[in-house]
Design a protein around this ligand. Sequence first.
Ligand SMILES: [Mn+2]
Length: 414
Amino acid sequence: MLRTLILTLAALIATAQTIPLSEYAKRREQLRTSLNESVVVLWANPLRPDIHDRNGVFQEPNFYYLTGWMQPGAALLLCAACPEDKREIFFLPVRNARRERYDGPMVAPGDKDATDRTGFKKVLPVEQLEQSITASLAHARDLYTLFDGHEQALNKLAPLRSVKDAKLSITQLRLRKSTTELAVMQKAIDASIAAHFASWRATKPSLHEYEISAIMQQTYYALGCERNAYPPIVGSGPNSVILHYNSNRRKMDSGDVLLMDVGGEYSMYAADITRSIPVNGKWTLRQLQIYNMVLGAQNAAIAAAKPGVMLPDVTKAARDYLNAQGKGPNDLPWGDYLLHGVSHHIGLDVHDPFDPTIPLAEGNVITIEPGLYIAAEQLGIRIEDMIVITKDGSRLLTSALPRTAAEVERGMRP
Ligand SMILES: [Mn+2]
């Protein structure tokens, strides 16, 4: 049964899923409209190679959200009040034969297919960015950019204009996932679920945490993921209570719990999934007691997540459930052993930006990840799943990966 499920997942993931250039154009139009008397200037990550050395080239997520563009060194200018042909301009570095020797062919301004490849009608050399910004200011009042250092350049270029942060406006768009975004995210999720299944079958006493980490990464990389969404957390026994443990060096013992908070990134979108399993394939009674409380807290939090609710209320639902289970060690209510909030937005970033004053709304994708951590017993259990908020509740995006203690045991059997 498990094998069939995994084969089905693999087949689903094999069909490539991308977001069409027209959707990026629609997002830019929405941003332009929301900042309609302003000029928006955004930069891609720079060509400077050192920032890409460790992890390879990646794109600034807000820039990627609005352009789908992976090459570094680009820039974007939006101006709703400008004449039609200057409402959006894309800037690219000029052709550099030596760089292309290293990095492969790139689209350059002046290329015949530059419009088709970028989805922009107007593509100029990045050297013309300054004069284009200045020209656009004849039609607009303020300048918006991301405050990652670029605001200083704009302040210098236009000292009499006010330079404002574009982050909130872009965040508001990014919070609501489109149908195509959800389809891409499902790819990241399905590949990560296959990785968790693989870990269940592989785990046994005397293996090292990094061996399980390697098996999980191998699984989602082979299914098309291009990166870890975050450093894999594979913590057994005493490491299961360390929230962001990721050295993954320990040799596992029979009787340990193994906590795996591991997810891949597909087409720039993150998955974030945690399961906790018994290293020898069989829960102890104490582990089972803790596991079922965490699962109950997760169900309570999922039930609480719906449009209009604030994220701290989702955490409160989990904590209230735990507190209703009585007292844990040291006579403390169980809720005290939940050491963190249980939910965050996820998308292009594993911790997607959000505005704490805006309640949950249809199309938001969030995690639900309660845990109980008892350091004195070297026992940490966390269960993390991803949901999308619907009109009147939510839908579990990670439902293909079982959550109950009995199903985990069954999934570990050879
Ligand atoms: Mn998480």
